[in-house]
Design a binder for this molecule. Structure first.
Ligand code: LER
Ligand code: MN
Length: 271
């Protein structure tokens, strides 16, 4: 398993659950100093993560790119994939497609989290799920053309009503034949929605494509009440080889959140 930390480039998300908020250079330098293997970037748009800018920066700091988030389309522009207005749905898809391509050029996957949206008004949940399936199919094919999966993230009930739990999302992806899409398992959302985090990870097994490594209160692992021991045992049991990425609040400071994250990972993954 590989360690990553989040770097947010979106001023509108300055209070969001990302560890570093002071730009790419500062974030990458700090990630490397703390000993992370890579970074996960939350850009304002695809232009922020053009390969010509990102590749040399990662090389300078000896970092890999874990994934790129697409949520700025929602946070900044109110776009999402199940919006009642078809034009907005297509704008959402284009926004994500740009990031799928930018991430693909860098050998990393893109994340569909907040951009999944939620049902409501003129869009009942069944209709929203059909819209979601179509969009994930299209974007998954695009990611596959780069040799990457598309990461779909079930969120807690306060953020979406599409899928809150991993097994239900996995059954939907299987049922729709969405084999290019893998699950992003965010331990914060799972703490709210799953009966038990470790069992939920084992149940979806090889569908796990990425993990957001955060404690129960969305602070860095070690600052809440999640017991990482069974979570790590579950990830080992399913032979997960991917990223454990700290998507957590910069509490009490970004540096202390990063240090606590690395300490939690070293404790459980010491050679
Ligand atoms: C995104 O990764 C996520 O977890 C959502 O809750 C948006 O913050
Ligand atoms: Mn997340």
């Amino acid at each position: 398993m590989k360690s990553a930390v989040t770097v947010c480039l979106v001023p509108e998300a300055s209070r969001g659950p990302f560890v570093f908020h002071d730009g790419l250079d500062v974030g990458c330098r700090a990630a490397a100093e703390h000993g992370f293997d890579g970074v996960e970037i939350f850009p304002a748009a695809a232009d922020d993560v053009a390969a010509a800018r990102i590749r040399p920066l990662l090389a300078t700091h000896g970092l890999a790119l874990a994934a790129i988030g697409t949520g700025a389309g929602f946070v900044k522009h109110g776009l999402h994939l199940v919006h009642a207005d078809r034009a907005v749905r297509l704008q959402a898809r284009d926004f994500i497609a740009g990031i799928v391509d930018a991430a693909g050029d860098l050998g990393a996957p893109a994340i569909v989290g907040s951009m999944q949206g939620r049902s409501g008004g003129e869009v009942p949940r069944e209709t929203a799920l059909a819209m979601l399936a179509e969009a994930l199919g299209d974007l998954g094919r695009r990611a596959a053309a780069h040799g990457q999966p598309l990461l779909y993230e079930p969120l807690n009930r306060y953020e979406t009503d599409l899928f809150n739990r991993q097994a239900e999302a996995a059954a939907f992806l299987d049922g729709q034949g969405l084999h290019a899409v893998r699950l992003l398992c965010d331990l914060f959302h799972m703490n709210i929605e799953e009966e038990e985090i470790a069992g939920a990870l084992v149940a979806v097994g090889s569908r796990v494509g990425h993990v957001h490594w955060a404690d129960s209160n969305r602070r860095a692992m070690g600052f809440g009440h999640t017991d990482p021991g069974p979570v790590v045992a579950a990830l080992r049991a399913i032979r997960y080889q991917g990223w454990l990425s700290a998507e957590a609040f910069p509490w009490p400071t970004a540096s202390e959140a990063a240090a606590r994250t690395i300490a939690s990972l070293r404790r459980h993954f010491a050679a």
